[in-house]
Design a protein around this ligand. Structure first.
Ligand SMILES: [Zn+2]
Length: 452
């Protein structure tokens, strides 16, 4: 599934060495078969996991596509002075306006769109914890609860990842005024994790996230890891930006992934988000550890992050899944299509993401995203089902051998017809059953956010 049999054995060996299961074999077997199968009237596939989401950013999707300072010298701006870091300014302005009510309304709209696109679970990388001035809400988990309510009312499975965010840079500088609502000390953070963990249920898993190496000091990371139950998913943003790699080198004398693996026992519980800028040695270390990489191709393109070394990672047997991150696009088709297209544009070759046992790019991508997703969400394989419209012209004459390629690489019309999560239908004829009510609430919320 992840490449060579030797690589798979290496995963299994790593899991035994670290005392945890890397694969949950019975769950993985469910996605080892053909990922898309014919059913009456459609093509059925398992639900896809969205491994990386900041729900509130759905409210600003499309609102950061303007030059940050139009009065600036035109030639300099055209030469690319806008970047991740200027986008972050827009994001901070939006983050400052969110309340539990607006978060719930925005997240519900987002989750409806995810379900209609074929995602049936989402990892919410949640750092908007407190009031804008940094004081905790009462109760302290009010923002987390808003996300849980949005997931519950729309029916998507939620892996809630409360984020530890403590410092404003690798040098340990304090959080800026606009980052204050993200911040925790370790004890308060662990209390929040406990509070949320106690609420786990059928559609809810709770893990933890470290925002990034620049936002979490080493001692705090070790304190949290030592206090966690052994099987919690752990996610972290890492090596997304060249500037982040340079800062890490300057302060810690190591690249981010290199530093993480040198200082922490990274195993199959971990999901590394982006991991864009890697050396060959770092790529091999991630693959050998059994960790999952959460790739977010549309956001990484939108932010100008760079390209993940996909072919080398596949050759090393690495595990990965997809996420929609900033929600500039909410479509597994677009994430997988652009994951492959980025590699083609960079190398001048076609059909990059093929693995042993299949010569189909679509099937390889889908199989890996399903397996990595099932693992990194903590849900494992489920009976969630997505049914594509067999009457769509792009699927005319499709076979089990080409249905995945057709779905991922041809056309732009959404083909998801029905979605069932945990045995309950949430999408029928391409529409979430509560689409209109959720969209009406969202429209009112956005009007209020934009005029705030
Ligand atoms: Zn992110």
């Amino acid at each position: 599934m992840y490449g060579s049999a030797r690589a798979r054995r290496r995963h299994a060996a790593a899991g035994v060495r670290q005392g945890i299961a890397t694969g949950r074999p019975s769950r993985h077997n469910a996605v080892m078969n053909d990922p898309i199968t014919r059913v009456p009237g459609g093509w059925r596939l398992p639900g896809i996991s969205n491994l990386h989401s900041h729900a509130f950013q759905r409210a600003m999707a499309g609102l950061a596509e303007r030059r940050a300072d139009p009065s600036r010298d035109g030639s300099a701006a055209r030469n690319g002075h806008d970047s991740f870091w200027t986008w972050r300014e827009t994001m901070y302005r939006f983050a400052a306006r969110m309340t539990p009510d607006t978060t719930r309304a925005v997240a519900a709209q987002l989750y409806v769109e995810m379900l209609e696109a074929g995602y049936t679970s989402v990892c919410e990388f949640h750092y908007l914890h407190h009031q804008p001035d940094g004081r905790p809400y009462a109760p302290a988990d009010a923002m987390s609860a808003a996300l849980m309510e949005a997931a519950h009312e729309t029916g998507i499975r939620l892996t809630l990842l409360p984020v530890l965010y403590m410092t404003g840079g690798f040098d340990g500088r304090p959080l800026s005024e606009r980052q204050r609502r993200f911040g925790h000390e370790v004890d308060a953070f662990l209390r929040l994790v406990d509070m949320l963990h106690a609420r786990e249920g059928d559609g809810l898993r709770v893990g933890v996230a470290f925002h990034s190496l620049r936002a979490v000091p080493e001692a705090a990371m070790h304190a949290v890891l030592a206090a966690l139950p052994a099987d919690l998913p752990i996610h972290i943003h890492i090596a997304e930006q060249v500037g982040e790699v340079q800062d890490c080198l300057a302060v810690r004398d190591a690249r981010p992934v290199e530093w993480l693996y040198d200082h922490v026992d990274v195993d199959a519980r971990w999901t590394l988000v982006h991991a864009t800028h890697l050396t060959p040695a770092e790529t091999a270390r991630i693959a050998a550890s059994g960790a999952t990489v959460a790739l977010c191709p549309t956001t990484e393109a939108n932010l100008g992050d760079g390209l993940f070394p996909l072919r080398a990672y596949l050759d090393a047997g690495g595990r990965w899944g997809i996420g929609s991150d900033s929600h500039i696009s909410i479509s597994p088709v677009e994430e997988l299509r652009w994951l492959e297209y980025g590699q083609r544009l960079a190398t001048g070759h076609r059909n990059i993401a093929v693995a042993e046992g299949s010569d189909s790019v679509g099937e390889t991508l889908l199989r890996a995203a399903l397996a990595g997703g099932a693992h990194a969400t903590g849900f494992g394989a489920t009976d969630d089902a997505v049914v594509l419209d067999a009457d769509a012209p792009v699927l005319a004459g499709a076979t089990a051998g080409d249905a995945a390629d057709r779905w991922i690489f041809s056309g732009n019309r959404p083909l998801v017809r029905d979605v069932h999560v945990g045995g309950r239908q949430r999408v029928a004829d391409g529409r979430h059953l509560d689409r209109d009510a959720v969209a009406a609430r969202y429209a009112g919320t956005i009007q209020a956010l934009l005029s705030a």
